[in-house]
Design a protein around this ligand. Structure first.
Ligand code: PGA
Length: 255
C-alpha cells in the first residue's frame, strides 16, 4: 500500500518569521489522516522549522543539493548537511533547476544516488516542455528522464524513490494537466521502472503530479489510481490554502 505524499515547494519565498508562523498555522489546520505532508523551504530556513515540523508530524524537504559531501563548491549545499538538519526528502531535477540553472540528466542522476548515500529520499522531477508535448514526445521524454535519473540504483532503492511528474508548461501557469494526462504519465513511469528494475519497484514507487495543483483540482489527481500525491508550488505558500488542499486530498484517500 503506497502512502500518499503531498509536498509544498516554497521555491525562493518566505522569511524566517513567515516560515515559523506557517508551520504552526498549518499544523493547527490539518485534519488527521494518512497523507504524508512535506514542507520544502529554502536552505537557510530548514534549521528554523525542523523542530516544529518534527513535533507536528510534518516531514522536511530540501529543494536541491550537491552530490559531494564537502569541498570547494561555492554556493552549493551538501547532502551531509541536509541530513544533519533533519531533512527527510530532497527535490532533485526540478524543471527550474534544469531550465534556469542548466542541470543535466547526468547531474540529476548523481544527486539521486548521493541522496541514498546520505539516507535522504529523493523526489525526482520529470516532465515534458510544451514543445515536446506538441511534438507528441511526452511519454518518450518521461521514460528517458526516469531511466537516466535512476541509473545506478538497485531495485530496493528505486522502490523508495518519489517521482514527481511535472509537465513544464503546467508549472506556475494556472493550466494544470488533466487527471487522465497525469495517470498516463504515471503509467509510463511505472512501466519504465518495471522494465529496468523490477515489477515490485514499479508498484512501490510513489508518483506525484505537480503543476498548478490547487484545492480545487487536487481531488481529480488523487482519484487517479497511479497518482499518489502532489508536488505543490504556489498553493503551498499559504498555510490555509495548503491545509485545505491536503484536507481535501485526505477525503480521497482510503485509509
Ligand atoms: P505550481 O508549481 O504549483 O506553482 O505550478 C509546481 C512546482 O514547481 O513544483
Amino acid at each position: 500500500m503506497r502512502v500518499p505524499i503531498i509536498a509544498a515547494n516554497w521555491k525562493m519565498h518566505k522569511t524566517v518569521q513567515e516560515a515559523v508562523d506557517y508551520v504552526e498555522q498549518l499544523a493547527g489546520l490539518l485534519a488527521k489522516g494518512n497523507v504524508e505532508t512535506v514542507i520544502c523551504p529554502p536552505f537557510p530556513l530548514l534549521g528554523f522549522v525542523a523542530e516544529a515540523c518534527r513535533q507536528h508530524g510534518l516531514r522536511l524537504g530540501a529543494q536541491n543539493m550537491h552530490w559531494e559531501e564537502a569541498g570547494a563548491f561555492t554556493g552549493e549545499v551538501s547532502p551531509l548537511l541536509l541530513k544533519d538538519l533533519a531533512v527527510d526528502y530532497v527535490i532533485i531535477g526540478h524543471s527550474e533547476r534544469r531550465q534556469l540553472f542548466g542541470e543535466t540528466d547526468q547531474q540529476v542522476a548523481r544527486k539521486v544516488k548521493a541522496a541514498f548515500a546520505y539516507d535522504l529520499t529523493p523526489i525526482l522531477c520529470v516532465g515534458e516542455t510544451l514543445h515536446q508535448r506538441e511534438a507528441e514526445q511526452t511519454l518518450q521524454v518521461i521514460a528517458e528522464q526516469v531511466r537516466i535519473g535512476l541509473e545506478g540504483l538497485d531495485p530496493s532503492q528505486v522502490r523508495r524513490v518519489v517521482v514527481a511528474y511535472e509537465p513544464v508548461w503546467a508549472i506556475g501557469s494556472g493550466l494544470a494537466a488533466t487527471g487522465a494526462d497525469a495517470q498516463a504519465a504515471a503509467k509510463q513511469i511505472r512501466k519504465t521502472i518495471a522494465e529496468i528494475f523490477s515489477l515490485k519497484a514499479a508498484r512501490d514507487v510513489r508518483i506525484q503530479y505537480g503543476g498548478s495543483v490547487k484545492p480545487d483540482n487536487i481531488v481529480d489527481f488523487m482519484q487517479q489510481e497511479e497518482i499518489d500525491g502532489a508536488l505543490v508550488g504556489g498553493a503551498g505558500l499559504d498555510a490555509e490554502v495548503f491545509a485545505s488542499l491536503i484536507n481535501r486530498a485526505q477525503g480521497e484517500v482510503v485509509s
